[in-house]
Design a protein around this ligand. Structure first.
Ligand code: ARG
Length: 408
């Protein structure tokens, strides 16, 4: 009996060809595993296709809830945004897929797992590193990294073996999509000077064609987790789906990013992430109101580290475990509601409230009811400015070169 391999199967060209190739090249029986993280494909058809091509078994796993609760929401609580732009949709799904691949391999007695990543991207790293951490003895095969075929040759191989070629192959783009966003690269997008053509987008309306009237939405958070939309309680998956529609309709969530890949190259990627854009912005607005200045400052540093480790494939690392504990601890009072205005591609926070707000009207107001003791400021400023005054007296006034001698 042939050894078995569990292949992360999307139904696309590369993973379809991989089903045949793994048998031909390594004589492995292929178990195709499709992990549903919200790609919105016809999963029954995907499953059947794997079997038609020759997989001995084809499994579909609905992982949307796992994805939202254990990957997306913790990343949201951390405010993870790679290089300040990319909400990490693709990157977040990989460690989950790796985990399910490993679980299936153990259950099915397979000696290897396989994925369809090329040798140029970040995703191969995320899969390989995650699998190695979870099951060090499992073999990892990356057919598209090994076979050395161009896209044309891959299509020829598919034709030769009667593998149906997906309609998406006629699209010049490489696309990956899940609940947290859609990633689009290749084709004309490889020229960073070229504005993304209209056919790149499918989740967001062009801001030009978006409604002329602004849309408002209220998002309720409990301990940093979004739990309601316009006052209605919603589970995470439905809330994200609904927000993708709502914000997408207003043209919100288009991102054009020249990013630094882990493998040392810069690449230009377009993202559509309406729900992620809205949730990251509203979550931060609520944090601004419920965390102290020092917590906010420190948390911003953690957010950069957190985003980097997700991007770089280090989900199953001790550093992640440590940072996650910190992030969770910061979220105790991040509870409340944020009101957002969506209009022609922009989204703006226009209101926020929280039972644990640190904003005190009595302290902030310039009207009557002011509780701030203004007379105390003089003493505070005296002490605050003391080192500056002393240094200026002893060493002279220091100021940046450019302004020196000006204004006298
Ligand atoms: N650049 C993104 C990342 O590394 C997305 C990669 C997948 N993109 C794609 N169009 N297939 O996470």
């Amino acid at each position: 009996m042939a050894d078995k391999v569990v292949l992360a199967y999307s139904g696309g060209l590369d993973t379809s060809v991989a089903v045949k190739w793994l048998k031909e090249k390594y004589n492995l029986d292929v178990i195709a595993l499709n992990v549903n993280v919200g790609s919105e494909r016809d999963l029954a058809a995907v499953r059947q296709k794997a079997l038609d091509i020759g997989a001995v078994k084809a499994l579909v796993e609905d992982a949307r809830e796992l994805f939202v609760n254990y990957f997306i929401f913790p990343a949201l609580q951390a405010d993870a945004l790679y290089e300040g732009q990319y909400p990490l949709a693709t990157a977040l799904a990989r460690p989950l897929m790796a985990k399910l691949l490993v679980g299936t391999a153990i259950k099915e007695g397979a000696s290897a797992v396989a994925h369809g990543c090329t040798g140029k991207g970040n995703d191969q790293v995320r899969f390989d590193v995650s699998v190695a951490a979870l099951a060090p003895d499992l073999k990892i095969i990356a057919p598209a990294r090994e076979w050395g075929m161009t896209r044309e040759e891959t299509i020829k191989y598919a034709q030769k073996h009667n593998i149906p070629i997906p309609i998406t192959v006629s699209s010049p783009y490489s696309i990956d999509a899940n609940l947290w966003g859609r990633s689009i690269e290749c084709g004309v997008l490889e020229d960073p000077w070229v504005e993304p053509p209209a056919d790149v987008f499918s989740w967001t309306r062009s801001p030009v064609d978006a409604p002329d009237k602004p849309g408002y939405v209220e998002i309720g958070f409990e301990q940093g987790i979004p739990v309601s939309l316009d006052g209605k309680k919603m589970d995470g998956v439905s809330l994200i789906q609904r927000l993708n529609e709502l914000a997408g309709e207003h043209g919100v969530g288009r991102i054009d990013h020249v990013e630094n890949r882990l493998v040392g190259i810069k690449s230009r990627e377009i993202y559509e992430a309406p729900a992620a854009t809205v949730l990251l912005q509203t979550h931060q607005a609520l944090e601004a109101m419920t965390l102290s200045k020092e917590q906010l400052r420190f948390k911003q540093k953690v957010a950069i580290e957190y985003a980097d480790l997700i991007y770089n494939g280090l989900w199953f690392s001790s550093l992640h475990q440590d940072l996650a504990a910190y992030v969770e601890s910061t979220q105790s009072y991040v509870t409340g509601t944020v009101r957002l205005k969506l209009f022609k591609g922009s989204c703006q926070v226009v209101g926020r409230k929280s039972p644990k707000s640190l904003y005190s009207h009595g302290l902030a107001t310039y009207d009557k009811g002011d509780q701030f003791d203004q007379s105390a400021s003089a003493g505070f400023i005296h002490i605050w400015g003391l080192p500056l005054k002393t240094q200026a007296q002893v060493q002279g006034v220091t100021e940046p070169k450019k302004t020196k001698g000006k204004g006298k």
